[in-house]
Design a protein around this ligand. Structure first.
Ligand SMILES: [Zn+2]
Length: 502
């Protein structure tokens, strides 16, 4: 042996990045995560067959069934207390009427123009209306806009929004409450006068489309009363006087609504360490996408397959399910393929509000989201340096030749826009493991929420490495000696302290 070779051997022994144990699991992941399976998952989930996996449609249910089948085949356990892998989300689909008119104080309002009908059945009626400020009741401030008014059997006209102002989200959320107040007072309809800062056209277009809402027991059930928003004519605006009875005429064919089937797909794998297996690492990826968009056709392609967004993450979740079933890590794994991310993180919010096991047993959430990539040497870890596991994540990626980038494109607010945030709010350290990019530029937007986000133009070599790095990260976090914690001062640290009591 020459000195030179001896030196090389010594060097490699000293500087080899991985210990024997660590190298063993990397070898196992390399052996067991098969490129042909990764490809097959992607080819099916992002195929035209599934029509863009839109929540509430058949392709979405087919994707959920495929995930459940994969769980079953792998030997993933049903979470105790659940009947099977499916967590049904009680969605209702609303289809607003596409025509309808209202006459009030000499002004004419019509759907498509200055009237949006949110709910209610078919009406052809001349009736009475009363103005009631904001139509708001708040016992803490002694406010009751209905006091002294008799609105039984009448329509109520109110100012849109809340008396104290509020964000668009708060105002949107207040609509159901205002409808409930009006119904409880005996009103047969609620008409809100548009006064929000967002442009009317934007508001009208959003609420003119069919939409899904989660129905929470009876409290959230929208009453079947007429509910509309009206934009007052510019020029001589009609003035409203509280309590004065006005005449009103409404003609509408009515909104239609009905329950829609949609599920989160959830399973678990017990950890191998008896002392730690009562603690869980939650792995998530959303499997829904936006469906068929006939209005935005590119090269005759109307199906938005969502290969990157987020068949990509779902593929990595399935690989984790198969691998960990045969090779359980120290702590247990909770797997959740989430629905309705594209409709406002609704699936993760529903799971967060309806836990399948106590959340304080879940030490970490690793959310996998492809969305888009422009650099196949990177993993973009949204929240990398906030969640107390940067070392584990960095080393797991490095084992497959990938570098990490922490929080690229901060202007996009990605941490608070992905499913991980639903669990971060609860206090669970929750980064998103994302495909590689440094800036949210044209290389990303070319595919992001576009018809060409197809399975035939992704890098399978990169998807394999990403998937393996995701699985190894989960393995390493599930084996951490001390539970990861939010870094001091993080905006979710207080929630973490509350959840875990540290
Ligand atoms: Zn998306």
């Amino acid at each position: 042996m020459t000195n030179y070779i001896r030196w090389i051997l010594l060097f490699s022994l000293f500087f080899s990045a991985l210990s024997g144990e660590a190298q063993k699991i990397v070898n196992k992941i390399n052996k067991k995560i098969l490129p042909e399976i990764v490809r097959a998952d992607m080819m099916y989930l992002a195929s035209d067959l599934l029509k863009g996996r839109k929540t509430g449609e058949a392709g979405n249910q087919d994707a959920a069934a495929y995930i459940a089948d994969a769980f079953r085949a792998a030997g993933v356990k049903v979470v105790p207390g659940m009947a099977n892998y499916f967590q049904a989300i009680p969605f209702q689909k609303f289809i607003p009427p596409q025509s309808g008119t209202m006459n009030l104080l000499g002004a004419q309002y019509s759907v498509g123009n200055n009237l949006v009908i949110l709910d209610g059945g078919s009406i052809q009626q001349k009736g009475e209306a009363i103005y009631a400020d904001y139509g708001w009741i708040d016992e803490t401030t002694n406010r009751n806009d209905y006091s002294g008014l008799d609105i039984k059997g009448k329509y109520v006209i109110v100012q849109g929004g809340l008396p104290q102002g509020g964000s668009p989200q708060e105002i949107f959320a207040s609509m159901t409450t205002k409808r409930k107040f009006a119904r409880e007072q005996g009103a047969i309809g609620l008409i809100e006068i548009y006064s929000l800062t967002i442009p009317w056209n934007f508001f009208r277009n959003y609420f003119s489309k069919e939409r899904l809402e989660v129905m929470e027991g009876s409290s959230g059930m929208p009453g079947k009363i007429f509910h509309a928003w009206a934009q007052l004519p510019t020029g001589n605006k009609p003035s409203f006087e509280k309590g004065k009875t006005l005449s009103i005429e409404i003609n509408t064919s009515g909104a239609s609504s009905g329950p829609v089937k949609a599920d989160n797909v959830i399973g678990m794998i017990p950890g191998k360490n008896k002392k730690l297996r009562d603690e869980y690492v939650l792995l998530t990826a959303h499997f829904d996408h936006v469906g068929v968009r006939a209005g935005q056709v590119i090269d005759k392609d109307t199906i938005w397959n969502g290969a990157r967004d987020n068949a990509w993450g779902t593929v990595s979740l399935l690989a984790a399910a198969r691998f960990f079933s045969k090779n359980p890590p120290e702590r247990s794994i909770l797997l959740a393929a989430l629905n309705a991310e594209e409709m406002g993180l609704l699936g993760s919010k529903y799971l967060a509000a309806h836990p399948v096991l106590p959340w304080n047993k879940v030490i970490f959430n690793l959310n996998s989201d492809g969305a888009g990539y422009s650099d196949t040497t990177l993993v973009a870890v949204i929240g990398l340096n906030r969640v107390g596991a940067a070392k584990e994540i960095n080393e797991s990626c490095a084992a497959f030749g990938l570098s990490t980038v922490a929080d690229p494109a901060p202007e996009q607010g990605l941490f608070d826009r992905s499913d991980n945030v639903s669990f971060a709010i609860l206090g669970i350290p929750a980064p998103t493991f994302g495909s590689g990019f440094k800036t949210f530029d044209a290389a990303i937007t070319k595919y992001y929420h576009q018809a060409i986000d197809n399975p035939d133009n992704i890098s399978y070599a990169y998807l394999n490495l990403f998937t393996k790095a995701f699985v190894l990260t989960a393995w390493n976090v599930a084996g951490m000696k001390n539970k990861p914690r939010w870094v001091p001062g993080d905006k979710y640290e207080a929630a973490g302290k509350k959840l875990y009591g540290y």
